[in-house]
Design a protein around this ligand. Structure first.
Ligand code: ING
Length: 310
């Protein structure tokens, strides 16, 4: 096994409030990119919807949401300083944002930008949680099904500097299918951003479970697919609405090798040994040798749970 090392960083963000401008947010991202570079990073993961507050918590017309919180071009003048700094430092990054596509369709999107400041990959969120109707008697909404279309690009793997990256977003991390489809395309690192409310508006869930289910999802899938997982949260209290932190970098062993301690802007960085994943993919999770898709048909053929097979 060659010992391939990747300087991998996660840049967690503290709150972005309704009154925070894109330019002020980008200054924060640039500062974290510089810190990550100084600590050896070659790839930096920023959160989901990193440029704005988590606006799906608010009810408004789609047209208002798109005018206030979506990007019709990427890069654009407000975000350009981040692309310029990445190119200057020779660092790649993952960035989550609300995308107005050329055809006008709205997506919850992330991009992979390479060390030359070029967009080398794009993913549009497939597992959209929440609802599209206005819920009453809840402290906030979760309107991702109202403001975003289901992603139309599938789960793809993008190569940058000889490393194979998979990308997903937030709720995608809770679904094993996400990682398996990426690992079947030989992903070595799965990057994702998230905005996870601490409070469950659907039932009275103990708040500690928000963090434990977040971590279980990342650790189990890192191990079961032999991939590194880098997860960047936007967290803390955005205009009084709290979201969990616990941004982490997880090894293919399933172990958390770096974790944030605060609910503010915070960089964590590791020298990821990519050959570690190769060991697991050669042996325990050697897909070609051990998987039996002929017995997995239900996973593709059925959407919801149904009757036992005859
Ligand atoms: N947020 C949450 C997430 O998947 C959620 C929504 C939390 C769904 C907990 C189910 C359970 O982390 C986003 N933005 O997907």
């Amino acid at each position: 096994m060659s010992n391939r090392k990747l300087g991998l960083a996660v840049a967690q963000m503290g709150p972005v409030h309704l009154t925070d401008s894109r330019s002020a947010v980008v200054l924060r991202l640039v500062a974290m990119l510089q810190e990550a570079k100084a600590r050896g990073a070659e790839m930096v993961v920023f959160p989901e919807l990193a440029l704005t507050t988590f606006f799906p918590r608010y009810w408004m017309d789609e047209s208002e949401a798109q005018a206030r919180f979506f990007e019709a071009q990427m890069p654009n003048p407000e975000v350009q300083p981040l692309f310029d700094e990445a190119r200057k430092l020779g660092v790649g990054f993952y960035l989550g944002y609300a995308e107005l596509a050329e055809d006008g369709r709205p997506y919850n999107t992330c991009i992979l930008v390479n060390r030359n400041g070029e967009i080398a990959g794009r993913y549009r969120k497939i597992h959209l949680p929440g609802h599209a109707d206005l819920k009453s008697d809840v402290p906030f909404q979760h309107l991702e099904k109202k403001y975003f279309d289901v992603g139309n690009l599938g789960f793809r793997v993008f190569e940058s500097e000889a490393v194979k990256y998979g990308m997903c977003l937030c709720n995608d991390r809770r679904w094993p299918e996400t990682y398996r489809v990426l690992a079947l395309q030989s992903a070595e690192v799965v990057m994702l951003g998230y905005n996870t409310p601490s409070l469950n508006i659907h039932w009275n869930e103990p708040v500690h479970l928000r963090t434990s289910t977040h971590l279980i999802s990342l650790q189990a899938n890192a191990y079961q697919n032999g991939v590194w997982v880098a997860a960047a949260g936007k967290c803390g209290s955005e205009d009084g609405h709290h979201m969990i932190g616990s941004s982490v970098i997880v090894a293919p062993t399933g172990e958390i090798v770096a974790r944030t301690l605060t609910e503010e802007d915070e960089v964590i960085c590791v020298s990821a040994d990519l050959s570690l994943g190769e060991h697991f993919r050669q042996h325990v999770f050697n897909f070609a040798k051990h998987r039996r898709p002929e017995h997995y048909r239900l996973i593709v053929d059925r959407v919801g749970a149904g009757e036992p097979l005859p």
